[in-house]
Ligand binder design. Structure first.
Ligand SMILES: CC(=O)SCCNC(=O)CCNC(=O)[C@H](O)C(C)(C)COP(=O)(O)OP(=O)(O)OC[C@H]1O[C@@H](n2cnc3c(N)ncnc32)[C@H](O)[C@@H]1OP(=O)(O)O
Length: 414
């Protein structure tokens, strides 16, 4: 059931075709690196899940792959999620339906593996909504002036912070363990060895004038309990040094550790600004800062989520409050998701079954994806006309149940 134009062919991309894949990728994502530099970069793909499209002359002209997130955090649970990635079409073959065909294939292959949900980072925000991906998580970026005042947190003085050069062989396992212990919807961990290696690789051509990655290790009672990854970029201006601290990731299990790590990041010599990585919109730093506005907060899209199997996905997560609602779902791509679903559940679990009962809320599978991690409320989607309340009084309780106390976010781009 290929929807490819005549003569094009969907193929596996094994590791032996790595160079062909990199050729497609560098056509799709232009960059300043030389071919040799590109070839020297680590590739984090799981090759069995890497696919491509060949043009009639046999040249690889498009690619897509997925990461096997086997323990992807969703509200109250961890489930298998297919992380769509490395989507690219050679500019000479674009707008002929190659992406559409690759998405169709991604959906069917993910479903065949028992993955009820797919998630991705979008290179351009308008691409994926048409395929049923909803904006499920946002992230916050800050530009914090050096020395910005932070509120005191009892116990922060008991946290010792060491600063070291990042050494994957020494720090990797520890950082992975701390990162993986975070319970927040969307907080994907770098589950495969290839993902872990690539994340910590720090290739020189990608440093953009900054130093190599440094790590802050937060220790309490002799144990490392949190960390921050960052690099500094020096700038000398007439009034004096104006360096930037680029923060990649801050992982703190409690407020004292967060206060200790940010306290160090905000007071590095010769710097003037601290630029954060992708923070959860409700990250502790938003309350630790006395002057949040002074940190120029900006939010943008983070994860996009596609519910591939409506009953399986809805039954797999937990709900913030009891829920008992009949949803009328439309899905232009996966016929099996269409129709009425009775969702009953709460904080301990849920069940979902087909029903003929009168629908109470109507929505597209895209909006279900947007709400799935608890980050976009059904009421806000209804405010844009994307969820319709067919039976008055049913929207607010369902929105409360599908919400979640912690805003979803993924701290790294996959
Ligand atoms: C998860 C990730 O990996 S994100 C990375 C995505 N990759 C990139 O952005 C790299 C650069 N871009 C590309 O490689 C390609 O242009 C792609 C992959 C975005 C699109 O590939 P194409 O084969 O041209 O898409 P295709 O022809 O199947 O188009 C399908 C639909 O999406 C639309 N579309 C495609 N790209 C875009 C875009 N960038 N913005 C808005 N709409 C788009 C098309 O207009 C078409 O719409 P229609 O169904 O209404 O006719």
């Amino acid at each position: 059931m290929s929807t490819l134009p005549a003569g094009y062919r969907a193929v596996d991309v094994p590791e032996s075709r790595r160079d062909h894949l990199l050729e497609v990728d560098t056509w799709a994502f232009p960059g300043a690196l030389t071919d040799d530099q590109v070839r020297a970069l680590p590739v984090p793909l799981t090759w069995e899940r890497t696919r491509g499209v060949e043009a009639p002359d046999g040249e690889l002209v498009a690619s897509h792959a997925s990461y096997p997130f086997s323990r992807f955090p969703v509200p109250g649970a961890r489930i298998p999620v297919s992380g769509l990635t490395w989507v690219g079409v050679h500019p000479g073959h674009r707008r002929r339906g190659l992406l559409r065909s690759m998405i169709t294939e991604h959906v069917s292959r993910s479903l065949a593996r028992g993955e009820a949900v797919s998630a991705l980072f979008a290179a351009e925000a308008p691409i994926y909504g048409r395929f049923g991906y909803g904006l499920a998580a946002r992230d916050l970026r800050l530009r914090i002036p050096r020395g910005a005042a932070l509120r005191d947190v009892p116990g922060a003085e008991g946290v010792r912070v060491r600063v070291e050069r990042l050494d994957p062989s020494r720090h990797g396992a520890l950082l992975h363990e701390i990162h993986g212990a975070v319970e927040r919807p969307g907080w994907a961990t770098r589950e495969t060895e290839a993902l872990r290696e690539t994340f910590l690789a720090d290739p020189e051509p990608l440093r953009d004038g900054a130093e190599s990655v440094r790590v802050l290790l937060a220790e309490r009672d002799g144990r490392t309990v949190g960390y921050a990854l960052f690099r500094r970029r020096a700038a000398w201006e007439v009034p004096g040094p104006r360096g930037t601290v680029r923060v990649r990731e801050v992982v703190a299990p409690d407020p004292a550790v967060a206060r200790a790590l940010w306290g160090v990041l905000l007071d590095l010599d010769l710097t003037a600004t601290v630029e954060t990585g992708m923070l959860a919109p409700d990250d502790a730093i938003t309350h630790l800062l006395v002057d949040l506005r002074g940190a120029e907060p900006r939010t943008t899209d983070n994860l996009w989520v596609r519910v591939l199997d409506v009953p399986a996905a809805l039954a797999a997560r937990r709900y913030a409050a009891p829920v008992d609602v009949v949803l009328e779902v439309t899905d232009a791509l996966v016929a099996g998701n269409q129709g009425r679903w009775h969702l009953q559940g709460g904080p301990d679990g849920a069940q979902v079954r087909r029903t003929e009962a009168a629908p109470q809320l109507a929505l597209d599978v895209r909006e279900l994806g947007a709400a799935y991690l608890g980050g976009s409320s059904l009421t806000s989607l209804a405010g844009a006309g994307l969820v319709r309340e067919l039976e008055p009084g049913t929207l607010a309780p369902a929105a409360t149940a599908l919400g979640w106390p912690d805003a979803p976010v993924c701290s790294w781009v996959f």
